[in-house]
Design a protein around this ligand. Structure first.
Ligand code: ADP
Ligand code: MG
Length: 403
């Protein structure tokens, strides 16, 4: 539950203690944090340049550190579900960085092992104000890893925000999100869309963001009704299919757009899709049908939220889930079971899988008075052990003052 989520202050204290322990009593001088996120609706639409409706979470990654002499960077991470500190030493390149091409083998910031450090290498590589001084950093996170709440973007964005204090860039927030997305593409090998990084940078308290992933413009959607809560249920499963299917879905969408004759599925209507139906195999047709329908649904759903029509928003959530399950085929039994269990509770208005799929989390819109009942019911009905978080819309990345 939200009350059990560590606050930013607690994470900063933990990171500071660890930093002193590892670096001979030295106190860190600078700190930054960035949140994970949950997507309310608009799934698998970001890389099709459509709309998404995420909010930043009170789950965050914190980075504390200080400048060090020389050109070495030492980074240590600890996270909630990987409690042993993990350390990596990196050499920062001197002149003429970053190179125009991806750092090649032998280059200090080329992707390599350990894998988690690739997120850090990638962010340093794509940072927009080189050269950086040497530094030491400790990373602590309350975002569960690999649960679909974007621990990866929160790590990238928190780390970028930390680097901005070592050497300020031009402060452009959109460019910062793109640099972090690039880090994930080139170094972690994950061809993600822009949603996670953008909302981790731009998140605002008490608001979701309707993001147009083509123009990268975002509109604030207030979420201030005390009578309603978005509840996250973590299935605590992740099927190994997740990353290969993600890449496959991207390829299927590109194929669909090409056959329909549009630059992306964002530009296609249901009428365009029906007009090309004969040239599309059944699978590709269904993938495109999900994406085109989901983009339209997301815009309408954001409107419902703005109007306070929560019944309608809840209905759109369920339609989204069914479309992801039946047309896009990225759900799994655990997510379907969590959604079905939630929908049985009086006071629940809607529920759906959120994130890439094949495990991870569901998001449920529920009346505040029914929250305890909903959690109990899901716990009773779900065969595994779920974890719950109340999704309080929170602030995006920021630098922090150390005490
Ligand atoms: P999600 O972003 O949904 O949590 P991903 O698979 O995209 O799932 O990213 C999870 C990966 O990101 C982890 O396996 C790890 O490599 C890396 N990661 C994220 N946060 C941390 C952290 N605090 N410390 C070390 N690695 C991290
Ligand atoms: Mg991720």
């Amino acid at each position: 539950m939200a009350s059990l989520v560590k606050s930013v202050d607690q994470l900063v204290s933990k990171a500071t203690c660890l930093f002193k322990e590892i670096f001979d009593g030295e106190a860190p001088k600078i700190a930054a944090c960035a949140p994970g996120r949950v997507n309310l609706i608009g799934e698998h639409t970001d890389y099709n340049l459509g709309y998404v409706l995420p909010m930043a979470l009170p789950l965050v990654t914190v980075v504390v550190g200080s400048v060090a002499s020389g050109r070495e960077a030492t980074v240590v991470t600890v996270s909630e579900n990987a409690d042993e500190p993990r350390r990596v030493d990196l050499s920062l390149p001197k002149e003429g960085f970053p190179p125009s091409e991806l750092a090649s083998e032998g280059c200090p910031l080329a992707p390599g092992l350990p894998h988690w450090a690739n997120y850090v290498r990638g962010v340093i590589h794509h940072f927009r104000a080189h050269p950086l001084p040497g530094f030491r950093a400790v990373v602590v996170s309350s975002v569960p890893l690999g649960a679909g709440l974007s621990s990866s973007a929160s790590l990238e964005v928190a780390f970028y925000t930390f680097l901005q204090q070592l050497r300020p860039d031009d402060g452009n927030k959109i460019s910062k999100a793109i640099a972090c997305q690039q880090a994930e593409h080139t170094h972690a090998g994950v061809p993600c869309g822009i949603m996670d990084q953008l909302v981790s940078v731009l998140g605002i308290e008490s608001h979701a963001l309707l993001i147009d992933c083509r123009s990268l413009e975002s509109t604030l959607v207030p979420l201030t009704d005390p009578g309603l809560v978005f509840l996250i249920s973590n299935s605590n499963v992740k099927h190994s299919l997740a990353s290969s299917k993600y890449a496959l879905r991207r390829a299927e969408c590109e194929k669909a757009a090409m056959v329909i004759g549009k630059p992306s599925l964002r530009d296609a209507t249901m009428k365009d899709l029906e007009g090309s139906r004969d040239q599309l195999d059944d699978v590709t047709y269904r993938r495109a049908c999900h994406v085109i329908g989901e983009i339209q649904r997301t815009v309408k759903a954001a409107d419902s939220l703005k109007r306070g029509d929560y019944q309608q928003f809840g209905k759109a959530m369920v339609e989204s889930h069914n479309s992801l399950r039946d047309l896009y085929e990225v759900s799994c039994k655990e997510l379907d079971d969590l959604v079905s269990a939630a929908m049985e509770v009086e006071g629940v208005l809607g529920s759906r899988m959120t994130g890439g799929g094949f495990g991870g989390c569901t998001i449920t819109l529920v009346k505040a008075r029914a929250i305890e009942r909903t959690i109990e019911h899901i716990q009773r009905r779900y065969s595994g052990t779920p974890t719950f978080y109340v999704a309080t819309p929170s602030v995006g990345a920021q630098s922090l003052k150390l005490p």
